[in-house]
Structure formats: C-alpha cells, structure tokens
Write a new protein. Structure first.
Length: 332
C-alpha cells in the first residue's frame, strides 16, 4: 500500500456523521443556521444529540466523504485526518480502509474524543450542521508524510480544518512538499462562514499554495466579493489556476487561469432526498478527472454525476457504485 500511486490525498476533519430529519423550529432552538455549519463544544453536542430524531450514524467529514467517493469511482485515494483511540475512531478507520483508502494517520492518545457532526435535514433536503471537532482538529506537521504526498497526483485540503492553526501549518507544509514533487494542490472553501472568519489568512494561502479552488456560489461571493460571474472570473484567475464554482441545480462553472469559463450542467437525481455531501461528491469526480488528465468538461461532468447520486438518498456517501454509473455514462 505504501508504494501505491494515488490519485487524490485528502486532508480534513475525521468526523462521524449523525444524520436525522428535523423542522425549522429545531434549528432555531439550537441556533443552527439553515444550510450552514456551527462549531459546538462537547456539552452542546450531547444536548443536541439527545434531542435529535432517530437517524443514522456513519463515518463522515467533508474531505473524507470526497475520498470515499474517489474510491467508489474506482480511484486510488489517501486520507490524512485525526481520530481518537476510541470506538468511534476505530469505526472511522475501518470504514475508510474497507473502501481501499490509504489511511495511516496515528490516532490521538491524549486529548478529546473522536469528532462528530450532527446533521439535521429539513423537508427541503437542506442540511444544517453542528460540529464537535474533538480529535479532528489536532492534525499537525507530524501527520504529513512526504512519501505519501509524492505518490499523490493532487493533495486536497478542507476549509473547515484550515481554521485550526496547527492544521493550517500542516497544510502549508504539505503544499510545499507537493510543489517539491511536481504535484498539484486543491482546496475546498467548505462554508461561507469559514471564508468570512479567516479571510485575511485564506486568500494568501490560496494565492501562494493552491492550484485548484473549489467553492459553491455563497463561498465564491464571500471570497471574491461578488455573485456576478463577470466580476468573479478575473479575480478567480488571479487567485488560482482553476476555480470550480458549484451552483446547485444550475450546474457548475469551471474558470481556468487562461481561456473561457466552462459551464457544466447539473445532473438531476431520481429524487432529491438529502443534499449532504453534494459538494464533496462533486469535488471527488472533478479532482479524479483532473488527476487522470480529463479535459475540464468531462471532469466536471464526472463531478456532477457523483453529486447527483449522493443527493438521491439519505447520507453523504454513495449508495451504489459511482464507477458503474460513470461507465454507463461514458465518462470513464
């Protein structure tokens, strides 16, 4: 495993997702912004969990979900993220490895428990998240493996984890190693609030270290100061070699450093059940396509296909083989 070439290596929060349905009043009760994410402490996590409706518990975390989709697409993925030496941590590790993902990050032995994300889904399929990071926020330079980065085509970083100073330093170190070995880097902005809270830090990080920037429309507006594509495009070209902006049912737009933007149509799901993980799945398809040398439209279409499958059911990971679906669509 340690000598295997990798398509994408994800660096992100190692989180166990707890998903349940709710109404708007539940979100208001706990101050959870609809469609957004807040960080909570262990006591808040217990209170919200105790009051949630019955649901499902699965290994998750934004970047880990993307790497799980990479595996489902037939790609070779690696993951760097911190869990504790506890039952949830064991479950998280087993889930990723069972998919064929290379996951060798040493567990946290002295600190908080494995993190969890409490995801409440309203009737319109919008997901609203309250996250207890726990051990997930403890990624450091010691978790960055130069050998692994040298074997990966793209190192992919999660905006949520960028908020942790030690993890941010680890991201910079990993990016420097990727550049040393002639590899590419990617960042997902994760949430508009992440951008707003750390705007002064994240913009120079992207400019100096990131090749591929992924964001949704709200995150794009937060970092570029506009929701007008004509205004965004030149700013995006100044910031990264490629910027991918997802726009829900309107599909996505890919803005290369040179040349015209590429519009990628959305793929309508059989039924819209739960948008949790849509952006992660899109990132997986896009990055796998880019890692394998696909032209932009084809790589974006692979992302759209993955996102369509994930939002057609409850939960953030594929319920059927994305590779089979992509083969049927002529994308792989």
């Amino acid at each position: 495993m340690a000598d295997q070439a990798l398509d994408v290596i994800g660096f992100g929060n190692a989180i166990v997702d707890v998903l349940a349905k709710c109404d708007a009043a539940f979100l208001d009760q706990f101050g959870i912004p609809k469609g957004g994410m807040i960080l909570i402490d262990e006591a808040q996590a217990k209170e919200i969990y105790d009051r949630m409706a019955p649901g499902v518990e699965v290994s998750g975390g934004s970047n880990a979900n993307a790497i799980a989709c990479i595996a489902s697409l037939g790609g070779r993925g690696g993951f760097v993220g911190k869990v504790a030496s506890d039952a949830l941590g064991d479950i998280f590790r087993h889930d990723l490895r069972a998919m064929g993902v290379e996951y060798e990050t040493a567990p946290l032995t002295d600190g908080p428990e494995t993190g969890r994300c409490l995801i409440n889904v309203t009737p319109d399929a919008e997901r609203s998240m309250a996250t207890f990071l726990g051990a997930a926020g403890y990624v450091t330079n010691a978790d960055v493996d130069e050998n692994q980065i040298a074997r990966g085509e793209i190192s992919f970083f999660e905006g949520y984890l960028f908020e942790q100073p030690d993890a941010r330093a680890a991201f910079v170190r990993a990016c420097e190693l990727a550049r040393k070995h002639g590899k590419r880097t990617a960042l997902t902005l994760s949430d508009a609030g992440c951008v707003e809270r750390q705007f002064e830090e994240i913009v120079p990080f992207v400019r100096n270290h990131i090749d591929i920037l992924l964001c949704n429309a709200a995150e794009a507006a937060a970092i570029f100061g506009s929701d007008d594509l004509a205004e965004i495009a030149p700013k995006a070209r100044d910031l990264a070699s490629l910027t991918a902006i997802t726009r829900s049912a309107r599909g996505s737009v890919l803005i290369p450093g040179e040349g015209s933007p590429v519009d990628v149509p959305a793929q309508a799901p059989e039924a819209l059940e739960d948008t949790t993980g849509a952006g992660d799945a899109y990132a997986a398809g896009l990055l796998l396509g880019l890692a394998r040398g696909y032209e932009l439209g084809r790589a974006g279409a692979l992302g759209a296909l993955a996102a369509s499958e994930v939002i057609s059911h409850f939960g953030a990971r594929p319920a059927q083989s994305l590779e089979d679906l992509a083969r049927e669509a002529g994308l792989v």
